[in-house]
Design a protein around this ligand. Structure first.
Ligand SMILES: *[C@@H]1O[C@H](CO)[C@@H](O)[C@H](O)[C@H]1NC(C)=O
Ligand SMILES: *[C@@H]1O[C@H](CO)[C@@H](O)[C@H](O)[C@H]1NC(C)=O
Ligand SMILES: *[C@@H]1O[C@H](CO)[C@@H](O)[C@H](O)[C@H]1NC(C)=O
Ligand SMILES: *[C@@H]1O[C@H](CO)[C@@H](O)[C@H](O)[C@H]1NC(C)=O
Length: 322
Protein backbone atom coordinates (compact mmCIF):
# COMPACT_ATOMS: atom_id res chain seq x y z
CA UNK A 1 0.00 0.00 0.00
CA UNK A 2 2.54 2.53 1.23
CA UNK A 3 4.86 1.59 -1.57
CA UNK A 4 2.28 2.28 -4.27
CA UNK A 5 1.46 5.61 -2.69
CA UNK A 6 5.16 6.39 -2.96
CA UNK A 7 5.29 5.43 -6.62
CA UNK A 8 2.29 7.63 -7.36
CA UNK A 9 3.84 10.55 -5.54
CA UNK A 10 7.14 10.07 -7.36
CA UNK A 11 5.35 10.09 -10.70
CA UNK A 12 3.41 13.20 -9.77
CA UNK A 13 6.64 14.84 -8.75
CA UNK A 14 8.38 14.06 -12.01
CA UNK A 15 5.37 15.03 -14.08
CA UNK A 16 5.15 18.34 -12.26
CA UNK A 17 8.81 19.29 -12.53
CA UNK A 18 9.23 19.95 -16.28
CA UNK A 19 6.54 22.67 -16.59
CA UNK A 20 8.01 24.46 -13.56
CA UNK A 21 11.46 24.47 -15.15
CA UNK A 22 10.05 25.47 -18.55
CA UNK A 23 8.16 28.41 -17.07
CA UNK A 24 11.38 29.84 -15.69
CA UNK A 25 13.34 29.51 -18.92
CA UNK A 26 11.10 31.12 -21.52
CA UNK A 27 13.01 32.41 -24.55
CA UNK A 28 13.17 36.19 -24.62
CA UNK A 29 12.22 37.13 -28.20
CA UNK A 30 9.85 39.72 -26.80
CA UNK A 31 7.48 41.93 -28.84
CA UNK A 32 9.53 44.89 -27.61
CA UNK A 33 12.66 43.45 -29.25
CA UNK A 34 10.77 42.91 -32.50
CA UNK A 35 9.51 46.51 -32.33
CA UNK A 36 13.09 47.77 -31.88
CA UNK A 37 14.14 45.92 -35.02
CA UNK A 38 11.23 47.34 -36.98
CA UNK A 39 11.83 50.90 -35.79
CA UNK A 40 15.48 50.58 -36.72
CA UNK A 41 14.45 49.78 -40.27
CA UNK A 42 12.11 52.78 -40.46
CA UNK A 43 14.75 55.04 -38.95
CA UNK A 44 17.27 53.89 -41.57
CA UNK A 45 14.75 54.55 -44.34
CA UNK A 46 14.61 58.16 -43.14
CA UNK A 47 18.39 58.34 -43.58
CA UNK A 48 18.46 56.57 -46.92
CA UNK A 49 19.40 59.48 -49.22
CA UNK A 50 22.86 60.79 -48.34
CA UNK A 51 22.04 62.10 -44.89
CA UNK A 52 24.00 64.97 -43.43
CA UNK A 53 25.95 64.06 -40.36
CA UNK A 54 24.47 65.43 -37.17
CA UNK A 55 21.08 66.29 -38.70
CA UNK A 56 18.01 64.61 -37.16
CA UNK A 57 15.68 62.90 -39.63
CA UNK A 58 12.18 61.79 -38.66
CA UNK A 59 11.06 58.36 -39.79
CA UNK A 60 7.55 57.29 -40.65
CA UNK A 61 5.95 54.30 -39.01
CA UNK A 62 3.30 52.04 -40.54
CA UNK A 63 -0.32 52.97 -39.86
CA UNK A 64 -0.88 50.16 -37.39
CA UNK A 65 1.73 51.77 -35.12
CA UNK A 66 0.14 55.24 -35.18
CA UNK A 67 1.23 57.05 -32.04
CA UNK A 68 4.86 55.89 -32.22
CA UNK A 69 7.53 58.37 -33.34
CA UNK A 70 10.98 57.41 -34.57
CA UNK A 71 13.95 59.53 -35.59
CA UNK A 72 17.55 58.97 -36.54
CA UNK A 73 20.79 60.89 -36.60
CA UNK A 74 24.12 59.77 -38.00
CA UNK A 75 27.27 60.76 -36.13
CA UNK A 76 30.97 60.05 -36.27
CA UNK A 77 31.93 58.02 -33.21
CA UNK A 78 34.91 60.29 -32.55
CA UNK A 79 32.73 63.39 -32.62
CA UNK A 80 30.18 61.79 -30.32
CA UNK A 81 32.89 60.91 -27.82
CA UNK A 82 34.59 64.33 -27.94
CA UNK A 83 31.57 66.62 -28.19
CA UNK A 84 28.59 64.58 -27.09
CA UNK A 85 25.19 65.29 -28.64
CA UNK A 86 23.04 67.56 -26.51
CA UNK A 87 19.36 67.97 -27.24
CA UNK A 88 18.54 64.77 -29.07
CA UNK A 89 14.87 65.18 -28.17
CA UNK A 90 14.72 64.42 -24.41
CA UNK A 91 18.22 62.90 -24.38
CA UNK A 92 21.37 64.87 -23.64
CA UNK A 93 24.47 62.87 -24.49
CA UNK A 94 27.53 64.27 -22.71
CA UNK A 95 31.13 63.97 -23.84
CA UNK A 96 32.65 60.55 -23.34
CA UNK A 97 29.77 58.57 -24.85
CA UNK A 98 30.97 55.62 -26.90
CA UNK A 99 29.24 52.82 -28.79
CA UNK A 100 30.53 49.26 -28.49
CA UNK A 101 31.70 47.37 -30.44
CA UNK A 102 33.48 50.20 -32.20
CA UNK A 103 32.04 51.57 -35.44
CA UNK A 104 33.44 54.49 -37.46
CA UNK A 105 29.98 56.09 -37.66
CA UNK A 106 26.89 55.31 -35.67
CA UNK A 107 23.19 55.94 -36.10
CA UNK A 108 21.36 56.94 -32.95
CA UNK A 109 17.74 55.85 -33.17
CA UNK A 110 15.29 57.74 -31.00
CA UNK A 111 11.80 56.43 -30.37
CA UNK A 112 8.78 57.68 -28.49
CA UNK A 113 6.34 54.82 -27.99
CA UNK A 114 3.46 57.13 -27.11
CA UNK A 115 0.27 55.30 -26.26
CA UNK A 116 1.94 51.99 -27.13
CA UNK A 117 4.25 52.15 -24.10
CA UNK A 118 1.97 49.99 -21.92
CA UNK A 119 1.53 47.49 -24.70
CA UNK A 120 5.22 46.84 -25.35
CA UNK A 121 6.54 47.53 -21.86
CA UNK A 122 3.87 46.47 -19.38
CA UNK A 123 4.75 47.69 -15.90
CA UNK A 124 4.74 45.46 -12.83
CA UNK A 125 1.70 45.51 -10.59
CA UNK A 126 1.13 48.86 -8.89
CA UNK A 127 3.09 51.09 -11.27
CA UNK A 128 1.61 53.60 -13.73
CA UNK A 129 3.31 55.47 -16.57
CA UNK A 130 3.70 59.22 -16.19
CA UNK A 131 5.37 59.58 -19.60
CA UNK A 132 5.72 57.57 -22.77
CA UNK A 133 8.61 55.12 -23.05
CA UNK A 134 11.53 56.83 -24.84
CA UNK A 135 14.18 54.79 -26.59
CA UNK A 136 17.81 55.58 -27.40
CA UNK A 137 19.58 52.85 -29.34
CA UNK A 138 22.71 52.85 -31.49
CA UNK A 139 23.55 50.96 -34.66
CA UNK A 140 26.48 50.78 -37.03
CA UNK A 141 26.09 53.35 -39.81
CA UNK A 142 28.35 51.51 -42.29
CA UNK A 143 25.44 50.31 -44.43
CA UNK A 144 22.42 52.58 -44.38
CA UNK A 145 20.49 50.36 -46.77
CA UNK A 146 20.68 47.51 -44.31
CA UNK A 147 17.21 46.22 -43.61
CA UNK A 148 15.67 45.15 -40.32
CA UNK A 149 17.86 42.98 -38.10
CA UNK A 150 20.98 45.10 -37.64
CA UNK A 151 22.60 44.27 -34.28
CA UNK A 152 22.38 46.96 -31.64
CA UNK A 153 25.53 48.62 -30.39
CA UNK A 154 25.89 49.22 -26.68
CA UNK A 155 25.86 52.88 -25.74
CA UNK A 156 28.16 53.57 -22.80
CA UNK A 157 28.56 56.92 -21.08
CA UNK A 158 32.11 56.70 -19.79
CA UNK A 159 32.37 60.08 -18.06
CA UNK A 160 29.14 61.68 -16.91
CA UNK A 161 25.71 60.08 -17.39
CA UNK A 162 23.29 60.61 -20.26
CA UNK A 163 20.40 62.72 -18.97
CA UNK A 164 16.80 62.13 -19.99
CA UNK A 165 14.59 65.13 -19.36
CA UNK A 166 10.91 64.21 -19.31
CA UNK A 167 9.58 67.70 -18.59
CA UNK A 168 7.84 68.12 -21.95
CA UNK A 169 6.21 64.68 -21.93
CA UNK A 170 5.47 63.97 -18.26
CA UNK A 171 1.95 63.93 -16.87
CA UNK A 172 1.43 66.16 -13.82
CA UNK A 173 0.82 64.42 -10.50
CA UNK A 174 -1.43 65.67 -7.70
CA UNK A 175 0.81 67.13 -5.00
CA UNK A 176 1.48 65.10 -1.87
CA UNK A 177 1.33 61.79 -3.71
CA UNK A 178 4.11 59.23 -4.03
CA UNK A 179 7.35 60.36 -5.65
CA UNK A 180 7.76 59.65 -9.36
CA UNK A 181 10.59 57.32 -10.27
CA UNK A 182 12.70 56.54 -13.31
CA UNK A 183 12.11 53.27 -15.09
CA UNK A 184 14.74 51.60 -17.23
CA UNK A 185 14.00 48.51 -19.30
CA UNK A 186 16.60 45.87 -20.00
CA UNK A 187 16.71 43.98 -23.30
CA UNK A 188 14.10 41.51 -22.07
CA UNK A 189 11.74 44.39 -21.31
CA UNK A 190 12.06 43.91 -17.55
CA UNK A 191 11.64 47.18 -15.66
CA UNK A 192 14.13 48.48 -13.13
CA UNK A 193 13.39 51.50 -11.01
CA UNK A 194 15.57 54.33 -9.77
CA UNK A 195 15.07 57.69 -8.18
CA UNK A 196 15.05 60.88 -10.21
CA UNK A 197 18.27 62.87 -10.48
CA UNK A 198 16.78 65.43 -8.08
CA UNK A 199 13.35 65.38 -6.54
CA UNK A 200 10.96 67.35 -8.73
CA UNK A 201 13.45 67.53 -11.60
CA UNK A 202 11.80 65.13 -14.09
CA UNK A 203 15.33 64.14 -15.12
CA UNK A 204 16.65 60.59 -15.14
CA UNK A 205 20.31 59.66 -15.50
CA UNK A 206 21.71 56.63 -17.26
CA UNK A 207 25.10 55.28 -18.27
CA UNK A 208 23.59 53.04 -20.96
CA UNK A 209 21.25 53.30 -23.90
CA UNK A 210 17.89 51.57 -23.87
CA UNK A 211 14.30 52.48 -23.02
CA UNK A 212 13.30 54.90 -20.31
CA UNK A 213 10.22 56.36 -18.73
CA UNK A 214 8.88 58.02 -15.63
CA UNK A 215 6.51 56.01 -13.47
CA UNK A 216 4.76 56.24 -10.15
CA UNK A 217 3.77 53.60 -7.62
CA UNK A 218 0.06 54.23 -7.89
CA UNK A 219 -0.83 51.81 -5.09
CA UNK A 220 1.05 54.00 -2.63
CA UNK A 221 -1.26 57.02 -3.04
CA UNK A 222 -4.25 57.06 -0.70
CA UNK A 223 -7.08 58.04 -3.13
CA UNK A 224 -5.60 55.58 -5.65
CA UNK A 225 -6.35 57.46 -8.89
CA UNK A 226 -5.53 54.45 -11.04
CA UNK A 227 -6.51 54.95 -14.68
CA UNK A 228 -7.97 51.95 -16.53
CA UNK A 229 -4.76 51.55 -18.50
CA UNK A 230 -2.92 50.65 -15.30
CA UNK A 231 -5.50 48.08 -14.28
CA UNK A 232 -5.71 46.43 -17.67
CA UNK A 233 -2.41 44.49 -17.47
CA UNK A 234 -3.58 42.83 -14.23
CA UNK A 235 -6.63 41.21 -15.81
CA UNK A 236 -5.73 37.97 -17.59
CA UNK A 237 -6.65 38.30 -21.24
CA UNK A 238 -5.89 35.51 -23.64
CA UNK A 239 -6.02 37.73 -26.73
CA UNK A 240 -2.98 39.93 -27.23
CA UNK A 241 0.68 39.02 -27.58
CA UNK A 242 2.88 38.25 -24.61
CA UNK A 243 2.54 41.09 -22.13
CA UNK A 244 2.85 41.61 -18.40
CA UNK A 245 -0.04 39.17 -18.01
CA UNK A 246 2.00 36.29 -19.27
CA UNK A 247 4.94 37.42 -17.12
CA UNK A 248 2.72 37.54 -14.06
CA UNK A 249 1.18 34.20 -14.95
CA UNK A 250 4.55 32.63 -15.51
CA UNK A 251 5.67 33.77 -12.09
CA UNK A 252 2.42 32.61 -10.48
CA UNK A 253 2.68 29.22 -12.17
CA UNK A 254 6.32 28.89 -11.12
CA UNK A 255 5.56 29.77 -7.52
CA UNK A 256 2.57 27.43 -7.24
CA UNK A 257 4.42 24.73 -9.13
CA UNK A 258 7.45 25.02 -6.88
CA UNK A 259 5.27 24.87 -3.77
CA UNK A 260 3.49 21.76 -5.03
CA UNK A 261 6.79 20.17 -6.03
CA UNK A 262 8.28 20.92 -2.61
CA UNK A 263 5.23 19.43 -0.88
CA UNK A 264 5.44 16.34 -3.03
CA UNK A 265 9.15 16.02 -2.43
CA UNK A 266 8.60 16.17 1.32
CA UNK A 267 5.86 13.51 1.06
CA UNK A 268 8.09 11.32 -1.06
CA UNK A 269 10.95 11.57 1.42
CA UNK A 270 8.60 10.67 4.27
CA UNK A 271 7.30 7.77 2.21
CA UNK A 272 10.80 6.54 1.44
CA UNK A 273 11.79 6.64 5.09
CA UNK A 274 8.65 4.77 6.09
CA UNK A 275 8.98 2.30 3.27
CA UNK A 276 12.59 1.59 4.18
CA UNK A 277 11.65 0.98 7.82
CA UNK A 278 8.76 -1.35 6.91
CA UNK A 279 10.94 -3.23 4.44
CA UNK A 280 13.67 -3.68 7.02
CA UNK A 281 11.16 -5.03 9.53
CA UNK A 282 9.77 -7.42 6.90
CA UNK A 283 13.22 -8.73 6.05
CA UNK A 284 14.08 -9.18 9.71
CA UNK A 285 10.79 -10.99 10.32
CA UNK A 286 11.28 -13.26 7.35
CA UNK A 287 14.83 -14.02 8.38
CA UNK A 288 13.83 -14.96 11.89
CA UNK A 289 10.79 -17.01 10.78
CA UNK A 290 12.10 -18.90 7.77
CA UNK A 291 15.71 -18.93 8.80
CA UNK A 292 16.93 -17.33 5.59
CA UNK A 293 20.56 -17.45 4.65
CA UNK A 294 22.91 -14.80 5.94
CA UNK A 295 23.46 -13.49 2.40
CA UNK A 296 19.82 -12.55 1.91
CA UNK A 297 19.70 -10.76 5.24
CA UNK A 298 22.75 -8.69 4.31
CA UNK A 299 21.27 -7.64 1.04
CA UNK A 300 18.13 -6.61 2.82
CA UNK A 301 19.94 -4.49 5.39
CA UNK A 302 22.67 -2.76 3.47
CA UNK A 303 21.26 -2.53 -0.05
CA UNK A 304 17.69 -1.56 0.74
CA UNK A 305 17.87 1.91 -0.85
CA UNK A 306 19.49 0.57 -4.00
CA UNK A 307 16.93 -2.17 -4.30
CA UNK A 308 14.19 0.37 -3.87
CA UNK A 309 15.46 2.58 -6.70
CA UNK A 310 16.01 -0.25 -9.15
CA UNK A 311 12.53 -1.47 -8.40
CA UNK A 312 10.94 1.94 -8.71
CA UNK A 313 12.53 3.10 -11.93
CA UNK A 314 10.96 0.71 -14.44
CA UNK A 315 7.49 1.57 -13.12
CA UNK A 316 8.11 5.27 -13.55
CA UNK A 317 9.55 5.02 -17.02
CA UNK A 318 6.82 2.85 -18.43
CA UNK A 319 4.15 5.07 -16.91
CA UNK A 320 5.91 8.19 -18.18
CA UNK A 321 6.15 6.89 -21.73
CA UNK A 322 2.50 5.76 -21.78
C1 LIG B 1 10.40 65.49 -36.10
O1 LIG B 1 9.46 65.05 -35.15
C2 LIG B 1 9.41 65.85 -34.00
C3 LIG B 1 8.40 65.21 -33.06
O2 LIG B 1 8.66 63.86 -32.89
C4 LIG B 1 9.02 67.28 -34.35
O3 LIG B 1 9.04 68.06 -33.18
C5 LIG B 1 10.01 67.81 -35.35
O4 LIG B 1 9.60 69.09 -35.78
C6 LIG B 1 10.11 66.89 -36.54
N1 LIG B 1 11.18 67.35 -37.42
C7 LIG B 1 11.02 67.44 -38.74
C8 LIG B 1 12.20 67.90 -39.51
O5 LIG B 1 9.97 67.13 -39.28
C1 LIG C 1 -2.65 54.97 -30.21
O1 LIG C 1 -3.27 56.07 -30.82
C2 LIG C 1 -3.54 55.91 -32.22
C3 LIG C 1 -4.16 57.18 -32.72
O2 LIG C 1 -3.32 58.25 -32.46
C4 LIG C 1 -4.47 54.72 -32.43
O3 LIG C 1 -4.66 54.50 -33.81
C5 LIG C 1 -3.84 53.47 -31.81
O4 LIG C 1 -4.74 52.39 -31.91
C6 LIG C 1 -3.51 53.72 -30.35
N1 LIG C 1 -2.80 52.57 -29.83
C7 LIG C 1 -3.16 51.95 -28.71
C8 LIG C 1 -2.36 50.81 -28.27
O5 LIG C 1 -4.11 52.33 -28.04
C1 LIG D 1 23.95 46.69 -47.33
O1 LIG D 1 22.84 45.91 -46.89
C2 LIG D 1 22.02 45.45 -47.96
C3 LIG D 1 20.80 44.81 -47.35
O2 LIG D 1 21.12 44.03 -46.24
C4 LIG D 1 22.83 44.50 -48.80
O3 LIG D 1 22.04 44.05 -49.88
C5 LIG D 1 24.05 45.24 -49.35
O4 LIG D 1 24.86 44.35 -50.06
C6 LIG D 1 24.84 45.85 -48.22
N1 LIG D 1 25.90 46.69 -48.78
C7 LIG D 1 27.16 46.63 -48.35
C8 LIG D 1 28.12 47.57 -48.99
O5 LIG D 1 27.52 45.85 -47.47
C1 LIG E 1 3.83 50.81 -3.56
O1 LIG E 1 3.58 51.44 -2.34
C2 LIG E 1 2.89 50.63 -1.40
C3 LIG E 1 2.53 51.47 -0.20
O2 LIG E 1 3.61 52.24 0.21
C4 LIG E 1 3.79 49.45 -1.06
O3 LIG E 1 3.15 48.61 -0.13
C5 LIG E 1 4.07 48.67 -2.32
O4 LIG E 1 4.99 47.63 -2.05
C6 LIG E 1 4.66 49.57 -3.38
N1 LIG E 1 4.67 48.82 -4.63
C7 LIG E 1 5.78 48.59 -5.29
C8 LIG E 1 5.62 47.79 -6.55
O5 LIG E 1 6.85 49.03 -4.91
Amino acid sequence: MGFFACVCLLQLLFLCSPPVAAAQQQPSASPATALDAMLQEHAYQALAHRPRTGIVYNGTVPGDLAGVAVSAVRLRSGSLRRKGFAGYFQFALPTGVIAQPHAERVVLVYSDLGNWSDHYYPLPHGYTYLSPVLGLLAYDAANLSAAEGLPELTIVASASPILVSFSDVVRALPPGGPAPRCAWFDLDGVAQFRDLEASGSNVCATYRGGHFSMVVNSSASVPAPVPPAAIAPLIPDSGGPATGNSQAWKIAVSVVGSAVALGLLASVLLCLVRYKRVKKLEVMERNSEVGETLRMAQVGRTQAPVALWTRTQPVMESEYAA
